[in-house]
Design a protein around this ligand. Sequence first.
Ligand code: BTN
Length: 259
Amino acid sequence: MIDLDAAAIAARLRALDHRAPVTVAAITGSTNDDARAAAIAGAQHGAAFLADAQRRGRGRGGHAWHSPPGENLYLSIVLRPADIAPREIAPLTLAIGVAVARAIEARFPEGSRASIKWPNDVLVDGRKIAGVLVESALRAGAITAVVAGVGVNVKTLTFPADLADRATSLALLGARSLDRSALAAALIAGITRAADRFAAERLAPFLDDLRARDHLLGQPVTAIEARGIGAGVRDDGAYVIEVDGGARVPITSGAIEAP
Ligand code: BTN
């Protein structure tokens, strides 16, 4: 039996008091596009769209997301956070990253930590295990829905050459469970709760955990705007780089590279 099943996910979600619908496709272009189309057609907050494989899975910055069948989790959730302006939405990626890190960490033996490489990479032992892609649907300058897309490497044992030295999976790390439906339910419930909390309180309730998981802290880092040492996440979600001479440069968009 395939371990990715809408009925199994929905049953687990009911036990977590999450009642929005779950759709699982055998293959799709991108689950973020499926969720976006459903959001525009009126899908409710918390509705989840998954696929066993994606033809055009995408990551941030236009990168492709490795999406073979039978192995991993490709999940997108429709979120309808109340009263959030487009300029306030960027740190939602960080709040969702915390939710993803917690769900993944729960699959490992005590003591394993999932870290976050600002803004959207979840790493274990320094290798990427999951990524978050948040996209907004706007009308007349207001957010009507947000799509939270998450890819988690679950069973992949061999990655393509360009990812081989920086990606990992639950299987490669000896996780307790590789049941994709169980992980999907934990992620859907956790991410929806994180979005609710973010809508009410913004980033504040996530900051301690985010800072404790900061992969870049104290590392030599490079962004378009600055090169220096990672100096942590600011209260508004910007990442601070301390440059030679001590100036602190906040990075609010784009990527930060570390060795
Ligand atoms: C990143 O690390 O750059 C973000 C990767 C996000 C990948 C997921 S897989 C499910 C959803 N559908 C997509 O096309 N992308 C996201």
